[in-house]
Design a protein around this ligand. Structure first.
Ligand code: BES
Ligand code: ZN
Length: 404
């Protein structure tokens, strides 16, 4: 079933701008939505999955309006996903929700995953520098905005890709830096692809969104230091050190996505194309918000919805071997970042973030999302360590999520 997130994007913007658009005249629309919200809005649910708490409904304009308003009151996101057409067979709905169910249900405890200590990886981790992250966040947050609907939405994208070209140009193994154009936004995503030596068809993916948002209509100053210059910078620092190492056995890809703040636009198109091309994806790591230690130093959170139980346990094994920090578990409660684009399409994802949902930095999507004394670049460095350890361990391993 072909889906679009155009409406999701509209609704997501509704919450992001702290106002709700007029949806009353919107044409009838099929959606997957939060079951609790649907019930609260008295909207008839045509299929309910109580496990994932997702319901399928067909909404009229006024119903959309109601749901959007309610979701606006209850959280930070649209909390629902629009389908591009009304499915003529309820079985396709069941199938979609079954996939989600399988992906989200923890049927196994993978506590037995072991990551053997590799001195080369331990040494590489020492090469990561928080000052580099600080430099990148300072640079990115100085653009007036990185919003995907800004008049010139690619200025920072081109500058960032030029930096990546310089960084990768002297490599002794095949690396490409591409700008990826999208259908649903004029903003481009960036991909750095490092070809695997012996298993090039197997992909280990790292990503974060480079765009930012703030203010009414998104036209305000949007420094987005924490959300998400920080994740973008943590990734760049990990890549810098990956490039000092030998060619990996598996292909490593680094993405800086477009238009996340307008409804996961860039990552949705990319994940869709990887699905259509049946690409073999071992893991997708998302970095979004790494700079604010909301639960204290050396404490981070692993997001447990729209992520893979195997990868979450794998990250804990990596942590036990190389980092030894405290990893808390929490949910977003909705597809809150680009990992959801991949997970929705069947790929195993992982999303470590700065703090538990309620302790995250409060001023995202405003002009106050800037570098200040509450931010901590050593905190961001933890995420570079996770990305680097994963690149060097999983990128050179036979391990993968067991297929059932
Ligand atoms: N960085 C946030 C996601 C986030 C916020 C994660 C708080 C954990 C805690 C992301 O950039 C974002 O703003 N996402 C949107 C949803 C998206 C579908 C537009 C959101 O949370 O409203
Ligand atoms: Zn955001």
């Amino acid at each position: 079933m072909k889906k679009t997130i155009a409406l999701l994007s509209l609704l997501a913007s509704a919450q992001a701008f702290s106002h709700v658009p007029d949806l009353k005249n919107y044409p009838i629309q099929a959606v997957y939505a939060d079951l609790t919200l649907l019930k609260k809005a008295n909207i008839p649910v045509l299929y309910a999955d109580t496990n994932t708490n997702i319901g399928y409904s067909v909404l009229t304009g006024p119903m959309l309006q109601k749901l959007s308003e309610l979701s606006h009151q209850h959280g930070r996101c649209g909390n629902f996903e629009a389908l591009s057409e009304i499915p003529n067979d309820i079985n396709s709905v069941k199938k979609d929700l079954e996939i989600l169910n399988k992906l989200q249900t923890r049927t196994y405890n993978y506590a037995n995953i072991k990551v053997a200590q590799n001195p080369k990886i331990a040494d590489a981790l020492q090469e990561l520098k928080s000052d580099n992250i600080k430099q990148t966040v300072t640079w990115l947050s100085a653009y007036p905005t990185r919003y995907n609907r800004a008049p010139n939405p690619n200025i920072h994208v081109v500058d960032f890709s030029e930096k990546l070209k310089l960084l990768t140009q002297n490599s002794s193994y095949p690396i490409t830096v591409d700008l990826i154009a999208h259908k649903n936004t004029p903003q481009k995503s960036i991909r750095v692809s490092i070809k695997g030596k012996t298993k090039p068809e197997q992909h280990v993916i790292f990503g974060g969104h480079l765009d930012s948002i703030s203010g009414w209509g998104g036209t305000g100053r949007a420094p987005g230091a924490d959300d998400n210059a920080s994740g973008s910078a943590s990734l760049l620092e990990a890549l810098r050190v990956v490039l000092t190492q030998e060619q990996p056995e598996r292909t490593l890809e680094f993405f800086w996505y477009a238009g996340e703040e307008s409804g996961l636009l860039g990552s949705a198109e990319i994940a869709e194309s990887y699905k259509l091309e049946k690409k073999n994806v071992i893991a997708v790591l998302q970095l979004d918000m790494t700079l604010f230690p909301g639960d204290g130093e050396f404490k981070i959170t692993s997001i447990t919805d729209f992520t893979s139980p195997w990868l979450r346990d794998y990250m804990k094994a990596l942590n036990a071997t190389y980092l030894n920090i405290e990893i808390l578990d929490d949910k977003c409660g909705y597809g809150c970042s680009d990992h959801a684009s991949w997970n929705r399409r069947g790929f195993p994802t992982l999303f470590p973030t700065e703090a538990k949902f309620n302790s995250m930095f409060q001023y995202i999507h405003t002009d106050k999302d800037v570098i200040s004394s509450v931010m901590n670049f050593e905190h961001s460095l933890i995420f570079s360590k996770i990305a680097l350890a994963m690149a060097l361990d999983l990128g050179n391993s036979e391990q993968r999520e067991p297929l059932f």
